[in-house]
Write a new protein. Structure first.
Length: 400
């Protein structure tokens, strides 16, 4: 007799979707600066590379905030942590929207990044527990879907709004929506304590595996390569490809669609062919970024290459992230947070180096050149990981 079909496959708990909405807002705020760069630099009287530090600062806040908050909230009520994180996130956007000081706005970005780190460190655990072991991967995919959707909808909409009502408008919208999300979570999410057996020693013990650090290195480098270029994509598109500023959000949509496609491909192929998928995708990312240097003078090819760099780059993300968490076994919280830190270390380092390149004699071709170099370096930890003697045994996760 054949087993009954899984009728719950199409349903996830409401809290998972609310948390995905939270990651949508946080993904939007992390990347929206790239679409608002001209408006912010003009309004605050700073150069584009200087305004780009707002992306770097957020990434630095995430680097510190994710592991710190993961440890700090190990035993705290999850609902309280999520509501507080969203409230601080909202407050940070209010402060930024009200200020005309670049230093104050930079500080507010760091504050919102710390709140984002706290949210991420708990949201993944809450989502997987709410969905149950059978649907935990799908729940995590839904949470990550909020981040990629931010690049398809949130960032382009914010860019459109910034052109017509100023960059502060999207910040006010993010403040209001995150306050609403805090209210919904506070009202509907059960107030469960963390499991008492959670051990800080076990969390740190899981970090002793060299292959884990290879996966984290790959996560850092691939995001560094893509975001080095994406941070300054607006000046490249307007100043080199000749795309009107009003049309830039459409290219950002292409980036977001590529990111969604890459995450989907990585999720589907990463389980059965993890190393082949990541090595191929990393090489393709480096090639797309390198081709952007000679081919970005044409609007069509520039847009296509923006799509391809996102498609290839974001294919790597879910594979290395999932493998890192799987290697941590029964103590995944800190490792999950460090994966977020690794991505944001790449973003901070890549955007900083790209800003230096943009200010140098390389000009507009500097960021994609930096991005291509960093993406190429991703192949080192990936190939080393693939050649590890333990790789075969790690290829297929054990079922308990």
């Amino acid at each position: 007799m054949s087993p009954a079909p899984d009728t719950t496959a199409a349903r996830l708990p409401l809290v998972v979707w609310v948390l995905a909405a939270g990651t949508f807002l946080m993904g939007t705020t992390e990347f929206i600066i790239a679409g608002l760069l001209p408006e912010i630099s003009s309004d605050l009287g700073v150069s584009a590379p200087h305004a780009g530090l707002l992306i770097t600062a957020f990434a630095v806040g995430m680097i510190v905030g994710s592991p710190t908050m993961a440890l700090a909230t190990l035993r705290l009520p999850q609902r309280q942590t999520l509501v507080l994180a969203l409230a601080v996130f909202s407050l940070g956007h209010v402060v930024a929207a009200l200020s005309s000081s670049f230093t104050v706005i930079l500080t507010a970005r760091i504050l919102t990044a710390l709140a984002t780190g706290a949210f991420w460190s708990v949201a993944a655990v809450v989502a997987t527990r709410a969905a149950g072991p059978k649907h935990s991967t799908r729940a995590l995919g839904t949470i990550m879907g909020g981040l990629t959707l931010a690049n398809v909808v949130g960032v382009p909409l914010g860019s459109f709004a910034g052109q017509y009502i100023g960059w502060r408008g999207p910040f006010w919208a993010l403040a209001a929506l995150s306050a609403l999300a805090a209210a919904v979570i506070g009202r509907f999410m059960p107030d469960r304590e963390q499991h008492t057996h959670v051990s800080v020693r076990a969390e740190f013990g899981a970090l002793r595996q060299p292959r884990l650090w290879l996966a984290l290195s790959a996560a850092m480098l691939i995001m560094g390569g893509v975001l080095a270029t994406y941070t300054y994509i607006t000046p490249l598109l307007t100043g080199r490809a000749g795309i009107p500023e009003a049309a830039v959000p459409f290219v950002l949509i292409a980036f977001g669609l590529g990111a969604m496609g890459g995450a989907t491909i990585g999720g589907r192929l990463g389980g059965s062919r993890p190393m082949a998928t990541t090595i191929t995708a990393a090489a393709a990312t480096a090639l797309a970024l390198l081709l952007m240097i000679p081919l970005s003078t044409n609007p069509a090819t520039a847009t296509l290459l923006v799509f391809l760099m996102a498609l290839a780059g974001f294919t790597v993300n879910p594979v290395v992230g999932a493998r890192a968490v799987r290697m941590a076994g029964s103590a995944p919280t800190l490792t999950s947070a460090l994966t977020v830190s690794a991505f944001n270390t790449g973003i901070a380092g890549g955007s900083w180096l790209a800003g230096l390149a943009l200010d140098s004699s390389l000009g507009l071709t500097g960021p994609p050149l930096v991005g291509a170099a960093i993406a190429t370096l991703t192949l080192i930890p990936l190939i080393t990981h693939a050649s590890s003697p333990h790789e075969e045994s790690a290829r297929v996760p054990a079922h308990h």
